[in-house]
Design a protein around this ligand. Structure first.
Ligand code: ADP
Ligand code: MG
Length: 457
């Protein structure tokens, strides 16, 4: 733990500031809940308060990165506390983690049109796999275009789409970082569609639409995130369309991200829709097991936490919804490891993550399980509920019960009910039996694994 030095303008922070900090903490506790508070916020301390800004210290770099991402804006202090730039204790250098995300307060504040960039969303931190290779390659191509001749635009627009948490924003930030690092003379603006609308509406109010137009039309690379939110708002859509066209006509690069493809975006004017699909449309597919495992390895390494391979595999199998949830799981495990002081095990992971695991369970029904199992063993579906005890029928039935226990949230009596009104002890026996057999009978274990995979995909 870095020793917190309570100083402000060279003086010891007075009681007011400390108690203010405590109020901030109280407020945050209410906001994020006791558990998250204990894992994430309690370990940090305030180091320095300077005007409206506080410097906080975190015990590890990992925790620091997590906490700064929260963009804490708290209304309990008279002057709002902005999200804090972090001092890196390793090299002592202070680097700004993100540009101020605060809304522009006057029309003169033009310089900060671009939204904040997450420092971790770089190409180096992006794990490439089958589901995202096209989107990644396209994003790289756009980012690297600045090294080529002036305004080399590979495709316009680049339209990235895919479900939530699959890496669209990450790729856009990576493009922006890359262009910045290369320090090429390109003006880059990244912002969300919501912010675009907000800016536009504000410009209308301040009667500065000319300025607004000019700012956008003088960029070399415009990236607008979450464009699905722009649909339906007529005047902003109109403005967006004009901006878009003006930029494309001047051969400036545009990158768009949305949760749906151009043709599936609702509430969008036809001409806009078709224009959006003119360039390259690259979708990010749901993650595969391999990609999830790769991402876990990469993130654990970055965070400097040790997680047994078994637990990694378990997570990659279970947390299938999106990468954000996968990261959430990893964070919790990291916090747990830190607090408890020993490596996580499969059992403790299950405990720590039980709510996440539950919500990630694909809703498999018992009916579906019975149908699949019957098909697999060439049985009639009715055998799942029949009284026949011959092994060729009884064993598959036990497999189905086992899977029902594993893959659904149904209780033993509920499962028994579905299998010809059997008693819950029969179900329990079946579950144990299959577990036992799987240890010794490789063929059966394979069958069960195959069925499980089919049902969960
Ligand atoms: P989206 O914008 O598509 O909803 P984000 O770009 O915000 O998703 O990604 C959600 C989280 O998952 C981010 O923390 C991001 O860094 C991470 N992430 C997504 N895909 C990858 C990947 N391929 N490699 C590493 N991290 C990823
Ligand atoms: Mg996003």
């Amino acid at each position: 733990m870095v020793e917190a030095v309570y100083r402000s303008h060279g003086e010891t922070v007075n009681g007011t500031s400390e108690s203010e900090w405590n109020r901030v903490l109280d407020h945050l506790k209410g906001e994020v809940g006791e558990t998250a508070f204990r894992s994430w916020l309690r370990p940090i301390s305030v180091q320095q308060v300077d005007g409206g800004q506080a410097v906080i210290a975190a015990p590890t770099r990992f925790l620091r990165d997590r906490v700064t991402r929260l963009s804490i804006v708290v209304g309990t202090t008279a002057a709002p506390m902005p999200a804090l730039p972090a001092a890196d204790e390793a090299d002592g250098a202070r680097r700004s983690l993100a540009e101020p995300s605060a809304a522009l307060d006057t029309p003169e504040d033009k310089a900060q049109l671009s939204g904040p960039l997450d420092p971790r969303f770089t190409f180096a931190n992006f794990v490439v796999g089958k589901p995202n290779e096209l989107a990644h390659a396209a994003a790289r191509r756009v980012a690297e275009a600045c090294a080529d001749s002036v305004h080399a635009v590979p495709f316009n627009p680049l339209f990235l789409y895919g479900g939530v948490g699959l890496g669209k924003t990450h790729l856009m930030h990576a493009i922006a970082w890359h262009v910045r690092q290369r320090a090429c003379e390109r003006k880059v603006i990244y912002l969300s569609a919501e912010k675009f609308m907000y800016q536009f509406i504000r410009a209308l109010r301040f009667k500065s639409t000319m300025d607004f137009k000019e700012q956008f039309r003088s960029v070399d690379l415009l990236m607008i995130d979450d464009v699905q939110f722009i649909s339906g708002k007529d005047s902003t859509q109109e403005e967006f369309f004009h901006t878009f066209n003006a930029l494309v006509d001047q051969n400036r690069q545009i990158v768009i991200a949305a949760d749906k493809s151009p043709s599936d975006l609702e509430g969008l004017e036809e001409r806009m829709r078709s224009r959006l699909g003119w360039g390259l449309v690259a979708d990010l597919h749901p993650t595969t097991y391999e990609l999830r495992l790769g991402i876990l390895h990469s993130k654990a390494e970055q965070a400097g936490i040790r997680i047994p391979q078994k637990v990694m595999e378990f997570l990659a199998h279970k947390i299938t919804s999106n990468v954000r949830e996968l990261e959430g799981a990893l964070n919790r495990i990291a916090a747990h490891t830190q607090l408890v002081g020993r490596d996580i095990t499969l059992e403790s992971a299950q405990e720590v993550l039980h709510d996440l695991l539950r919500s990630n369970m694909r809703r498999v029904t018992i009916d579906e399980i019975q149908r699949r199992v019957a098909e697999h063993y060439n049985l009639r579906l009715t055998e799942m509920a029949s009284d026949r005890r011959a092994r060729v029928v009884a064993r598959p039935r036990q497999v189905a019960m086992y899977l029902a226990k594993q893959l659904t949230t149904a209780s033993l009596p509920q499962i028994g009910q579905k299998f010809g009104k059997r008693d819950h002890t029969t179900v329990m026996h079946a579950v144990r039996k299959i577990e036992e057999l799987m240890l010794t009978d490789a063929g059966l274990a394979e069958d069960v694994e195959l069925l499980r995979r089919m049902l969960q995909s």
